[in-house]
Design a protein around this ligand. Sequence first.
Ligand SMILES: NC(=O)c1ccc[n+]([C@@H]2O[C@H](COP(=O)([O-])OP(=O)(O)OC[C@H]3O[C@@H](n4cnc5c(N)ncnc54)[C@H](O)[C@@H]3O)[C@@H](O)[C@H]2O)c1
Length: 351
Amino acid sequence: MDVLVTGSSGLIGSEAVLFYDGRGARVWGVDNNMRADFFGPGGDTTWNLQWLKENTSRFEHVAIDIRDRGAVMNLFERQRFDLVVHCAAQPSHDLAAKRPFDDFEVNALGTLNLLEATRQHCPGAVFAHMSTNKVYGDAPNERELVELPTRYDYAKPEDHNGIDETCRIDRCLHSLFGASKTAGDIVAQEYGRYFGMKVGVFRGGCLTGCRHSGVELHGFLSYIVKACVRGMDYTIFGYKGKQVRDQIDSQDVLAAIDAFRTDPKPGEVYNIGGGRENSISILETVERLADLTGKRLQYTYRDESRRGDHICYISDLSKLRSHFPAWRITRSLDVILEEMVKAEQGRVAAG
Ligand SMILES: NC(=O)c1ccc[n+]([C@@H]2O[C@H](COP(=O)([O-])OP(=O)(O)OC[C@H]3O[C@@H](n4cnc5c(N)ncnc54)[C@H](O)[C@@H]3O)[C@@H](O)[C@H]2O)c1
């Protein structure tokens, strides 16, 4: 099997490289390290690329920019793929507001370049597109909530499992990042529905794992672990620190993508996250990290939430589970946190 992974030095992309290389596929990874350009040294993914080169057998890195249509077409002319896992993105709300053209061109135009190259050169390939729960904008905040001592939660029993794919995606506040990702999400669906290609759209909650180059503007769990282990100051923005996110390990994301590869359903959309069991608020994260590290996170509270930020977001995984009954969450929040803490402590020890 020949696999193309975009954003291959990032969190999900590197997991995809490892996953398919480990299963005997030939894997091409496109990444131009734009995360370092977006976020500075903390976002530099060179270490991850180096790690992949040392720990894979058939991985080839291609340092092109997905905005460069000529370069993307050229790659597809040279090589046909059976599977495309599209993870390259500009992932931050705040950065999108500062660099709207870069944001839109990476998230929307870059996605179109890859879809069209696939249609022209390998239309039978499976195409997994990583989207985000931010396509729902702030519509999830309209759900009635209850305030508990350490978190917000849904008030109504029908919302217990969280947000499903029927949540509306328009007439709400997205941020420019949410809007560019929505454009990519819709165009990807269209290549499935209009052209009948095997395109699956995965709307992520909080995706996490040890290979995230976490920075303040993106990679919540990775960054808060880093801040706690290294004794850095952390800022909590609004909602009393009771905002809830569901965390899914990158390995479980890859298992879902692979389930789709073996039984693709053109143009389908899936919410993917850790679900209720792997949900946690910031205040709860602070407590868990104190137990795990013996250190208390130094944080400042700013009584001002990020614009459009979700108050309580839990991904309803019912559709994913019903289409792929063998898929499940294998990595609990405890395991995820323990491993992230150990990895960060290892990095500190290594200097
Ligand atoms: N991490 C999360 O919590 C989360 C949540 C929901 C959705 N997602 C989505 O999942 C996907 C993967 O996220 P991630 O956390 O692995 O992101 P990441 O930032 O870790 O990885 C993205 C990679 O894409 C590369 N890249 C960016 N622009 C590029 C360009 N123009 N050309 C080539 N490479 C480029 C970056 O250098 C980076 O290595 C993204 O689409 C993101 O929007 C992530």
